[in-house]
Design a protein around this ligand. Structure first.
Ligand code: ATP
Ligand code: MG
Length: 242
């Protein structure tokens, strides 16, 4: 990883669409080196907020800054619901895609190592079409890790997967993302309770954010931990009231 993972501060952030505020005067601190999980009803503004954190959209008001005073640009990697692998390139070349696009020298040994870490050592030469959905998301995770960025933004990264593959991906991601500044959007309360150091629930128009205590224990927390299951039920109750 290049550089220490920064905390990120939103200061008076506002975002308008079609003349109406989606976010207004939002102050928030996203902890450095921690996994922050962002939840909230569809359309509340989660992706819009993540896009601003990633520099893909600008706030109409206020600012977003890293606590170390350095620009966030160039320190962020993105992983979404779609794996966005190039169909004609092997898993190995997909992992090194960012380096190729930037004209950097690819590091196949490191890419192979990361494929091994996500359990795909034997599939390095396979094309995406020959891999399952879970395998492709694992290639996408290896690609994000290969980028070595201290900030990782994930927009519903596991939502297209079946529940067993999803639970395995949560285990893998929880282990491999440790120590980075991660913001992960999910609609799944169990995923939130397994992976979060901090849970943020967005609600309302314009949206406000409430912080919810994460269950005790190290991430990734076991699926059958009674504290995790109780927190999941509490979170679901709260989301149903929104
Ligand atoms: N570029 C845009 N132009 C106009 N409206 C937009 C734009 N991007 C997002 N919106 C609107 O902002 C609102 C929030 O969208 P956003 O994608 O952030 O929601 P979300 O919380 O991620 O929802 P979901 O859980 O369904 O992904 C929606 O009403 C959406 O239509
Ligand atoms: Mg979204």
């Amino acid at each position: 990883m290049t550089g220490a993972p920064p905390a990120i501060r939103l200061e008076g952030v506002g975002l308008d669409f079609d003349g109406a505020p989606l976010l207004r005067d939002m102050d928030l601190c996203i902890g450095g080196g921690r996994i922050t999980v962002l939840l909230g009803a569809s359309g509340v503004g989660k992706t819009s907020l993540l896009r601003m954190l990633g520099g893909l959209a600008r706030p109409d008001h206020g600012r977003i800054v890293a606590d170390d005073g350095q620009p966030l640009a160039g320190r962020v990697a993105w992983m979404g619901q779609q794996d966005l692998l190039l169909p004609w390139a092997s898993a190995l070349h997909n992992v090194m895609l960012g380096a190729r696009l930037r004209g950097d020298r690819p590091e196949p040994a490191r890419a192979r190592h990361l494929l091994g870490c996500v359990g795909l050592a034997a599939q390095a030469d396979a094309r995406p079409a020959t891999l399952s959905g879970g395998m492709r998301q694992r290639v996408a995770l290896a690609r994000v890790l290969y980028e070595g960025r201290p900030v990782i933004l994930m927009d519903e990264p596991f939502s297209a997967l079946d529940s067993i593959t999803r639970a395995r991906m949560q285990d893998l991601a929880g282990r491999m993302l440790a120590g980075r500044t991660v913001v992960l959007i999910t609609h799944d309360p169990l995923e939130a309770c397994r992976l979060a150091d901090t849970m943020l629930l967005m609600a309302g128009y314009p949206a406000t954010i409430s912080t919810i205590a994460a269950p005790p224990g190290a991430v990734p927390r076991p699926v059958d931990d009674p504290a995790v299951l109780a927190a999941q039920a509490g979170l679901l109750r709260r989301m149903l009231r929104q």
